[in-house]
Design a binder for this molecule. Structure first.
Ligand code: NOJ
Length: 556
């Protein structure tokens, strides 16, 4: 196995960690998290073993979409720090072997952005064409809005000029017009600016919306994918291995186009929303079938392209790609109270409360996520099993301050509670019970389990690079899969149901001189002369088993 390859296409063997500077650690006690606080806490992330930070938007903002409404693409929100503080963070992270990427939110700006202020000044303003305007009355687009609780159209009338502007998200987020070459040049400049300051790439927000020109002078950009290829090529020229991690919540076949098909020359990585949603259906049914079918439905990609796996992110847990009946099944299992649901398509809960706090089940799900082919992505707080604060009543329910200690404000800040960006979680998932300081010292804590998963994941490049195969076995609740890469192979077996199971496996090409070595606990399992083995799982049990060939020099 050429381990050195994993240093070139580093994203294929990475472990990503998403955080919002605003809610991570407040060092100057003004109530808002800051870069200085994040730097102070970098060693927690090093200890956890993650290899790449994804910073949610840290730019100046009008604060109408938690930072995703930017008023200056070249700035740093002064509440979080300065450019100098950001550079200190990047430098310290790099020193610790951590890469840093950040959200690139260029589908839209804030309506407070000077470009939009100019654009709406008059129909012949030089910035007019930086946004998408229409003079005629728009048709009913209520079925296209992303936030149906707030919006009923993707067009908003601008009183001053009497025309409508496009906004795929909130009406305070006008869409940029990427058919305008000046806008495309500006986006390249933004990419160039932040990479020059040391960023290792971007999480690209809302990519399908960005590429959808909505009819606006489509002849000026007949193939938006060619532009995405240009952005990727530009990033490649400016960086050594910079990545574009795209948010593309679309069916797999369409996602393939965003990778650049077999050429793999557009997005480097994409989140696997389909398998994430199928995971919840599988969990609700205690049936591995939906997840198995989702994973088998992934299209073949270029060897440079990669899926990012996750079970939770900063948004609603969207279930939009399930059928209505399936979605209702997941709602019934994990969020029956309407206060837990949002937009008729998602949940505003974190994983542990959804699983009733059952530690076996929580660990099984994270073990599963880390063992799936792709690059695991952690949302801050998952490593300690944080819960949500439901009474926030929006996506912000899962964006509460990080819980460092059992002390005031969970050790996030020494400011008065009312000055924090949001409430600290109360109740059974509050900092008294769930915090980093306590779990650091406890070898049986979820944090210690995460450390183990991260470290095993990094030493098993089969998972990020290899061929994936579902192994036949008779238990509906069990997913048994094999990832193999060159001379390495790993079997992962997960029981999504509460009943214990003995799982018979048949391993092609193995014989009595092979054995299966557990990677999460001590133990080995024999393989017979026909390549058969039996693996025992408890209810919600999980095993990672390295296939040990005779004469291997791999450390066990
Ligand atoms: C996707 C982001 O994940 C979400 O938080 C945001 O509201 C929208 N894009 C608009 O930027």
């Amino acid at each position: 196995m050429r381990v050195s390859d994993t240093a070139d296409l580093w994203w294929k063997n990475a472990v990503l960690y998403c955080l919002d500077v605003e809610t991570f650690m407040d060092w100057d006690d003004d109530g808002t998290g800051d870069f200085t606080g994040l730097v102070q806490r970098l060693d927690h992330l090093v200890d956890l073993g993650v290899t790449c930070l994804w910073l949610m938007p840290f730019y100046p903002t009008a604060e109408r979409d938690d930072g995703y409404d930017i008023t200056d693409f070249y700035g740093v929100d002064p509440r979080l720090g300065t450019h100098g503080d950001l550079v200190e963070l990047i430098r310290t992270a790099h020193d610790r072997g951590l890469r840093v990427i950040a959200d690139l939110v260029v589908n839209h700006t804030s309506d407070q952005h000077p470009w939009f202020q100019e654009s709406r000044r008059s129909k012949d303003d030089p910035k007019r064409d930086w946004y998408v305007w229409r003079a005629d009355t728009p048709p009913d687009t209520s079925d296209q809005v992303v936030f149906p609780d707030q919006e009923d159209s993707i067009w908003e009338l601008d009183e001053r000029t009497g025309e409508y502007y496009l906004h795929q998200f909130y009406s305070t987020q006008p869409d940029l017009n990427v058919t305008n070459p000046l806008v495309r040049d500006e986006i390249a400049k933004i990419v160039g600016f932040w990479t020059q300051l040391g960023l290792d790439g971007f999480r690209m927000d809302a990519v399908p919306f960005l590429l959808d020109t909505n009819g606006a002078e489509a002849d000026r950009l007949p193939d938006p994918h060619s532009w995405l290829r240009d952005v990727r090529a530009f990033l490649d020229r400016r960086t050594h291995g910079g990545i574009l991690l795209g948010e593309v919540n679309l069916p797999f076949e369409q996602q393939l186009e965003f990778f650049g098909g077999a050429d793999g020359d557009e997005l480097t990585m994409q989140f696997d929303f389909i398998s994430m949603q199928a995971t919840y259906l599988s969990l609700a049914r205690c049936d591995a079938g939906p997840l198995t079918r989702a994973l088998q439905g992934r299209p073949a990609t270029s060897s440079d392209s990669q899926w990012a796996t996750f079970v939770r992110n900063h948004d609603e847990l969207t279930l939009d790609k399930l059928t209505e009946d399936e979605r209702q099944e997941v709602f019934a299992a994990f969020g029956p109270d309407p206060a837990m649901q949002i937009y008729d398509r998602g949940l505003i809960r974190r994983l542990p409360p959804m699983l009733g706090g059952d530690p076996r089940r929580v660990r099984m799900v994270y073990s599963l996520m880390f063992s799936l082919p792709g690059t695991p992505t952690i949302f801050y707080g998952e490593e300690i099993g944080m819960g949500e604060q439901l009474d926030v009543g929006s996506r912000l329910a899962v964006r509460t301050p990080m819980q460092w200690t059992s002390g005031t404000n969970g050790g996030f800040s020494r400011a008065a509670a009312k000055k924090l960006p949001g409430p600290v979680v109360t109740g059974g998932y509050g900092p008294e019970f769930v915090n980093v300081a306590d779990q650091r010292k406890d070898p049986d804590s979820l944090l210690s389990f995460f450390r183990l998963l991260v470290s095993r994941r990094k030493e098993c490049p089969e998972l990020g690079w290899g061929d994936f195969q579902v192994l036949d076995q008779p238990h509906a609740a069990v997913l048994a899969h094999l990832c193999s890469w060159e001379d390495g192979a790993l079997v992962a077996v997960h029981n999504l149901g509460p009943e214990p199971a003995v799982v018979p496996l048949a391993l092609d090409g193995c014989g009595a001189d092979h054995l299966l070595a557990d990677l999460l606990v001590e133990g080995t399992t024999a393989v017979d002369e026909r390549g058969r083995a039996e693996v025992a799982l408890e209810g919600y049990g999980y095993r990672w088993l390295r296939v040990v060939a005779p004469g291997t020099r791999r450390l066990l």
